[in-house]
Design a protein around this ligand. Structure first.
Ligand code: XMP
Length: 517
């Protein structure tokens, strides 16, 4: 692999994704990893990430000089570029000229490999206080900027290079090309990380892990569990059984979508548990959002656990045992829980909500090395339909946290109908890819006066909450076209009898959250 050494900025994962976009497999490792461990993994190249530190600070993370004694290609970015310059004998100074944000990069006439054929001046994204004022011996300075006398250097012979700017961010429009040139042309790494190879490797790994064993997988209707199940099914066929819990808090058509589309695409064996009444009973009289979440989570585990026991009993009659539980854990979760390299120290993330230990399943996590965009591509490669692969996020507690007030069967029907109309119109307007998600919220305890035909009405409002976001941590309200809003509003108030008002939520996150509860 290409190892991205994380110096503690938020960019290491993004760099790893960009390396993979250049079709080279990469992993993130913490900067505290001893250099022998890094070299023992036989990396095709090492990338040193940016970081918040100054190389002068006490305790600033260092680069071990031993890294440069093994003929491993190294690429330094921002802090990693300065740390590399320092350890190789260049000069890093605190000149007082800082650069933050968009900066013009001037490519020197001896442009070198990295910036060959790129415009002589082009924008890059910078974020630094210190700068390299003299490149180490043997390096050519290939670019400069107003605040960075050495903004890029390379020693093609030794396969070492670095840039002061951040090539991984979208604000550096030629950044991906520069990274690609380092990997393919300077480091000489061959581009072999393709969706087809990801599928082959993952299938192989699942077969090796599960052997002749049997596995179950809880499907949530979301992308990750669907792709994980499809992969495991390709690996072990009918020794996988999927369980889908219908908690009654789903949107219109979701259960059918799993039962029909997913099964049609994969041929997987699926057991649906109809637990609608059970969840309604458990939620009766509850209005507090956190309490709703807790109840839904708890009931979900119980139902899934029972289904697993039933399947176990059924399999046991034929002398078989279910040993494995499939989870759709993704690579960012693995990195964030301190893993990345070996499997030993990695916490398991429980997508089905934290299963009790006495179930004693071993985990199968076929997506644990993949980023979300790779998971979607794998899903398409495995033949899953776009409707599953490009599904927008939907919370586990479902419509239960989109009814402000008590959850009842009747209110769920109202919300499902309104939500279906909003989704239909957004899809028809081809806006699905532009929005992150659009919760529709029923204000079940609010009533307002309206008039429909010649009659006075006294109905409930629904709220449209269209948002744009990169990662759901922050979000902005989406400026939907008025004609689309008009169609949604007209249809909901005409077709859903109990709703007589449609309102639009124009709050960003923060201060609002995406969901109302
Ligand atoms: P908020 O409302 O916190 O939502 O801005 C951020 C993202 O998380 C989703 N969400 C949940 N997902 N269980 C989930 O699986 C939950 O309890 C939950 N609450 C919110 C929400 O839809 C949005 O994408």
């Amino acid at each position: 692999p290409v190892l991205v050494i994380d110096f503690g900025a938020q960019y290491a994962q993004l760099i790893a994704r960009r390396v993979r976009e250049a079709q080279v497999y990469s992993e993130v490792v913490p900067h505290t990893t001893p250099v022998d461990e890094i070299l023992a993994r036989n990396p095709a190249a090492v990338v040193l990430s940016g970081g918040p530190s100054s190389v002068y600070e006490d305790g600033a993370p260092r680069v071990d000089p031993a890294l440069f004694q093994q003929d491993v290609p190294v690429f330094g970015i921002c802090y990693g570029f300065q740390a590399m310059a320092q350890v190789l004998g260049g000069t890093v100074e605190h000149t007082g000229t800082r650069e933050f944000g968009r900066t013009d990069l001037a490519v020197t006439p001896e442009s070198g490999r990295l910036h060959e054929e790129l415009p002589a001046s082009h924008p890059v994204w910078m974020s630094h206080g210190d700068c390299v004022t003299r490149a180490p011996e043997g390096f050519t300075v290939t670019a400069t900027s107003g605040g960075a006398p050495v903004a890029a250097f390379e020693d093609v012979e030794r396969r070492l290079a670095g840039v002061q700017y951040h090539p991984e961010v979208a604000h550096s429009p030629h950044g991906q090309e520069v990274l690609r040139r380092f990997l393919h042309e300077i480091a000489g790494v061959r581009p072999q990380w393709t969706t087809a190879s990801i599928v082959d490797d993952a299938v192989e790994a699942v077969r090796a892990h599960v052997g002749e064993g049997r596995a179950i997988c809880g499907l949530s209707g979301g992308v990750d569990s669907a792709v994980a199940a499809a992969l495991v099914h390709r690996a072990i066929g009918d020794r996988l059984t999927c369980v889908f819990v219908d908690h009654g808090l789903l949107r219109a058509g979701e259960r059918a979508q799993v039962e029909r589309d997913f099964v049609a695409a994969t041929g997987v064996r699926l057991v649906t548990v109809d637990a609608r009444q059970r969840f309604l009973d458990a939620l009766a009289g509850v209005t507090d959002p956190e309490e709703k979440r807790k109840i839904i989570g708890r009931e979900f585990i119980r139902v899934f656990e029972q289904a697993a026991r039933d399947l176990q009993a059924e399999a046991g009659e034929q002398g078989e045992h279910i040993d494995f539980l499939v989870q759709g854990t993704l690579y960012p979760d693995v990195v964030e829980s301190g893993g990345g390299t070996g499997a030993a120290n990695i916490k398991s993330h429980h997508n089905v909500g934290g299963l009790p230990e006495d179930l004693q399943f071993k985990l199968v996590e076929p997506l644990r090395l993949l980023f979300k965009d790779e998971v979607r591509r794998v899903g398409l490669e495995l033949g899953l339909p776009e409707t599953i692969v490009h599904r927008q996020p939907f919370p586990g507690p479902g419509l239960g946290i989109r009814i402000v007030g008590e959850v009842t069967a009747e209110r769920l029907e109202i919300l499902r109908a309104a939500d279906a109309i909003a989704r239909e119109e957004l899809t028809a307007a081809e806006l699905d890819r532009d929005i992150w998600q659009c919760p529709v919220v029923l204000l079940a305890d609010v009533r307002s006066v309206g008039v429909q035909g010649d009659f006075r009405t006294y109905g409930h409002p629904v709220v449209l909450r269209p948002v744009s976001s990169e990662d759901a941590m922050t979000a902005d309200w989406t400026r939907l076209p008025y004609d689309v809003l008009e169609r949604i509003s007209t249809r909901i108030t005409n077709e859903v009898r109990e709703v007589n008002r449609v309102v639009l939520d124009v709050t960003s996150k923060p201060p609002g959250t995406i969901e109302w509860e």
